[in-house]
Every structure is written in structure tokens, then in C-alpha cells.
Ligand binder design. Structure first.
Ligand SMILES: Nc1ncnc2c1ncn2[C@@H]1O[C@H](COP(=O)(O)OP(=O)(O)O)[C@@H](O)[C@H]1O
Ligand SMILES: [Mg+2]
Length: 469
């Protein structure tokens, strides 16, 4: 017969701790959320070796009374709810009373805490779930949790940790997301004694986004605020223009009732809102907070509380998708239409200028030299006619008998005064023509026109087809 026995409390705690404490980042998350639940307005997170050797979270919250300190580390010990119905109206991050018991089961924890009304505080040490120290100390109001040697008593779990740098990256992501969703709280983040992030707590989310992601991203964000009165829905935050899209989902930063979550409905709705604005395999940059009645969302899906379930998924999906799409369209189109209008105006101006120019050209009757130049602009053109007595050049000269009788086609070819432009232009055109004719070697050095016979013997084109100069 196999005997059935109840596990020892330490074993139970270690098993349960696995659900809450997966890596250093989970501890930072739990401690920070406790600090926010305690009403802190300033929060400092320090880590060493990616949080594996040390995590310190200091807050200026309400602190823990000496009589309550030991109890806080018991499993399912919480001050935040008393019954399950309280979950509907829950405003705090914590409610399961599992974090501190889980953390102290797999690490060495030291707590220094003082409530504002007391003169002194408490220093408490607990390692692997067993108490090591409880003493009275002087301390500022608030709490400091120091967590050392994570998984020192569960080596199997320790092996699953990534490099200190990677773990620090996860923590950094979390802390910056927390700072962005809580701009009223001054958040400081230090890695190996170097300050990585420090926010003022003045309440400007845009400033925190700027501090976390930089000006380039900040300037490409569109502010979103959409309400749906009937179901008490509110979507607030920022959506990135396509220019700041990403190759993965790491910058789909979504909060539900203040809680940072991974929710496929929320995420899909955002992505579909972007549908026509992003190329395939690109993901939007968004920081969006969805607020809805507590009765319409279940936050108790997993011990880590990073997941939520909506009572009416399709409602949330449509609301979010429409809001994102509308804001993108509204802003993008405003910008684009202004841009398009400008482009259209410029195109219209260009077209008008072109038409005016063509009209002017149509009025221009070319001068004789110009006509000639146009007809014989190419050496071939000249060659065709040269030496055969059929040169149009020759034909252009008025017959001797007509000269000076007003019948000369030459005379007729002069353009009217207004079409001809200034006399300076006339001179320029004539000079230009003479120059080009010279290029064609029609004139000799003394400006006498070559005889066609002479011309014939001097081909203008070389064998290689180049123009002879
Ligand atoms: N930073 C803190 N400041 C004040 N009280 C705290 C702090 N952290 C924990 N506590 C107290 O310890 C209790 C247990 O914390 P925890 O194990 O995280 O459970 P939960 O947050 O779910 O209540 C909390 O309910 C709270 O009363
Ligand atoms: Mg908690």
C-alpha cells in the first residue's frame, strides 16, 4: 500500500513559489506592486547581477506594523481582500497573499519597515522560509525589501536563469513600464550602482515616455483618449505612428485597470486597428491603458496576475480596434491631407506655369536664324542639304529680286514686337545661331560662307561619328 501524506509546509511553499517567482523580474514586480498598493509616491529599485545576487526595493509607503511583519510572510496572508467577492471591486495589484511567502521560500530576505505613526521600525530577516532575525530599528517611514541569492536553495531553478544582463533587461523593461503607467510616482532604477532611470513623479506620462524611449519615439506618438459610456470603458494612452513600428510585440505595452498585462484580445484588437497602416510582420508601438468595471474583467487567471480575462471579449475587441483605427486615421489623415493639399497646390502652380510658358511659346514666331537653327540643329540635317543646292539654308534667303520690296519671306518672318521679346534676346539668339553655324564650319576664318563644293570635301562627321569642331 502506498501511504498518502501531506507535504511539509516548506515543500509546499517551494512548489508554490515556482508559480510566482520565475526569475528576478518576478520578484521586482511583486515588490513594486506591493509598494504601490502601500500608497508609495517614491520608489527605488536597485539590482546587482541581474537581480540574482541582490534586489533592493525601497518605498515611502505606509509600512508594516511590527505586529504584522511575521504574518505578511505567511502564505495566503493579505491585507487587501477578505473574501472572493472583493475581487470585483479590487483596485490593488495584490490580493492573493502569495508573493512574500513565495519570495522568502527561495531566497534570503531582509525587510526594514516603519509605519509613519511609530517612532521605531523593524528589521526582519527570513531565509528559505525560516526566520533569522527580528529586531527594533530606527528607520524612515516606508519599507525596504532586500532579496539576496535567489534560488540559493533550489539549484535546479537557478540553472534556468539567463545571463545577468538578460535578467537585468527584463527588470528594466518592467520598471520602465511601471514608471510609464504611474507618472505620478517618482521611480528610480539602478543597475550595479548606476542609475538607469529616474522619473520626477510630476505626472506627465509624455515625460516618462521621453525618458524611457527618447525624443524620436515620443515625437511619433499620437495621444489616445476614447470613452464608451454605455459599458464604462475608457482607453487612454499613446499609439505610435508607423514610423516607430517594431519587428516584434515588445512595445505593445498594455494595461488593464492599471495592471500590466499580456492579453491576446487586447493585443489583436490593437494590431487590427493598425491593419492598413503597418506592413506585414511589423508590430505597433503602443502604450495603452484600458479601464473597465471590475465586474467585466477577471484578474485572477494566474498567480503572476499578468493575464486577465474579459467577460465580454468581442465588446472589448471592437472598442479597442475602433479607437485605435479612428485615432490613427484622424491624425494621419489630418497630417496627410494638409500635406496632400500642399502637394496639390504646388502641382497646380507648376501646371499653370507650364501652360503660360507654352502659350508664350505658341505666340513666339521664330526668327529666321532660329527657324534655320531648329531645322538644322543636327549635323546630319545640314549634311543632307549641303552641296545639293537644296539646302533649306539657301532657300531661306529671299530671292534677290524680292529684296527690299516688303514681299520678302525674310521680312515676314520677323516676329511681332511683343512676341519677340527684348532686342537683347534677339541679339543673343542671333549670336547663338552664328556660333552654332561656326561650329558646323559653314564660315571660314574671315566669316565668309563656304562654297558648297568646298563643304562637300570636308565631312563634318569623323568616321567615329563624332562632331567635327
Ligand atoms: N511594501 C509594503 N508596504 C506595506 N505593506 C506591505 C508591503 N509589502 C507587503 N505588505 C503587506 O504584506 C502583505 C502580503 O504581501 P503579499 O505577499 O505580496 O500579498 P498581497 O500583495 O497579495 O496582499 C500585503 O497584503 C501587505 O499588507
Ligand atoms: Mg503583493
Amino acid at each position: 500500500m502506498k501511504e498518502i501524506h501531506v507535504l511539509e509546509q516548506t515543500t509546499i511553499d517551494k512548489i508554490a513559489a515556482g508559480e510566482v517567482v520565475e526569475r528576478p523580474g518576478s520578484i521586482v514586480k511583486e515588490l513594486c506592486e506591493n509598494a504601490l498598493d502601500a500608497g508609495a509616491t517614491a520608489l527605488t529599485v536597485e539590482i546587482r547581477d541581474g537581480g540574482i545576487s541582490m534586489i533592493r526595493v525601497t518605498d515611502n509607503g505606509e509600512g508594516i506594523d511590527p505586529t504584522q511583519v511575521r504574518r505578511a510572510f505567511l502564505r495566503h496572508a493579505t491585507s487587501k481582500i477578505t473574501q472572493v467577492d472583493d475581487l470585483v471591486s479590487i483596485r490593488s495589484f495584490g490580493f492573493r497573499g502569495e508573493a512574500l511567502s513565495s519570495i522568502c521560500a527561495v531566497s534570503r530576505v531582509e525587510l526594514i519597515t516603519k509605519v509613519r505613526e511609530n517612532l521605531t521600525g523593524v528589521r526582519y530577516k527570513i531565509e528559505g522560509g525560516s526566520e533569522k532575525l527580528f529586531e527594533e530599528v530606527g528607520a524612515p517611514a516606508g519599507s525596504t525589501f532586500i532579496v539576496r541569492d535567489l534560488f540559493y536553495n533550489t539549484p535546479a531553478r537557478r540553472k534556468f536563469l539567463k545571463s545577468a544582463q538578460t535578467e537585468a533587461g527584463y527588470i528594466s523593461d518592467f520598471v520602465s513600464r511601471l514608471a510609464m503607467s504611474h507618472p505620478h510616482i517618482s521611480v528610480k532604477f539602478m543597475v550595479n550602482s548606476t542609475t538607469r532611470l529616474s522619473t520626477s513623479g510630476y505626472g506627465s506620462q509624455a515625460d516618462v515616455i521621453n525618458a524611457v524611449f527618447g525624443r524620436e519615439v515620443r515625437s511619433n506618438l499620437i495621444e489616445v483618449e476614447q470613452k464608451e459610456e454605455a459599458h464604462g470603458l475608457l482607453l487612454k494612452g499613446w499609439i505610435g505612428k508607423p514610423a516607430v513600428s517594431r519587428g516584434n510585440r515588445t512595445c505593445e505595452i498594455l494595461y488593464v485597470n492599471g495592471r500590466l498585462v499580456y492579453n491576446s484580445i487586447f493585443s489583436k484588437a490593437v494590431e487590427e486597428g493598425y491593419e492598413t497602416f503597418l506592413m506585414q510582420h511589423r508590430f505597433p508601438f503602443v502604450i495603452l491603458q484600458l479601464t473597465l468595471p471590475g465586474s467585466d474583467v477577471d484578474v485572477n487567471v494566474h498567480p503572476a496576475k499578468a493575464q486577465v480575462r474579459f467577460t465580454d471579449g468581442p465588446l472589448i475587441f471592437d472598442f479597442v480596434k475602433t479607437a485605435v483605427k479612428e485615432h490613427l486615421t484622424r491624425r494621419e489623415l489630418v497630417v496627410e491631407s494638409a500635406f496632400q493639399n500642399q502637394a496639390q497646390e504646388e502641382a497646380a502652380k507648376r501646371e499653370a506655369r507650364k501652360r503660360a510658358l507654352e502659350a508664350q511659346k505658341a505666340k513666339d514666331v521664330p526668327e529666321p536664324f532660329e527657324t534655320l537653327r531648329r531645322q538644322h540643329n543636327t549635323p546630319e540635317g545640314y549634311l543632307n542639304g549641303a552641296g545639293q543646292g537644296t539646302s533649306p539654308y539657301a532657300r531661306q534667303y529671299p530671292p534677290q529680286e524680292n529684296a527690299g520690296q516688303g514681299k520678302s519671306p525674310f521680312a515676314r518672318q520677323w516676329p511681332s514686337e511683343e512676341a519677340a521679346g527684348s532686342s537683347r534676346e534677339k541679339i543673343q539668339a542671333a549670336n547663338q545661331f552664328l556660333h552654332e553655324v561656326r561650329q558646323l564650319s559653314i564660315f571660314d576664318q574671315d566669316n565668309h560662307i563656304h562654297s558648297p563644293e568646298k563643304k562637300e570635301s570636308q565631312p563634318l562627321m569623323t568616321e567615329a561619328g563624332e562632331n567635327r569642331s
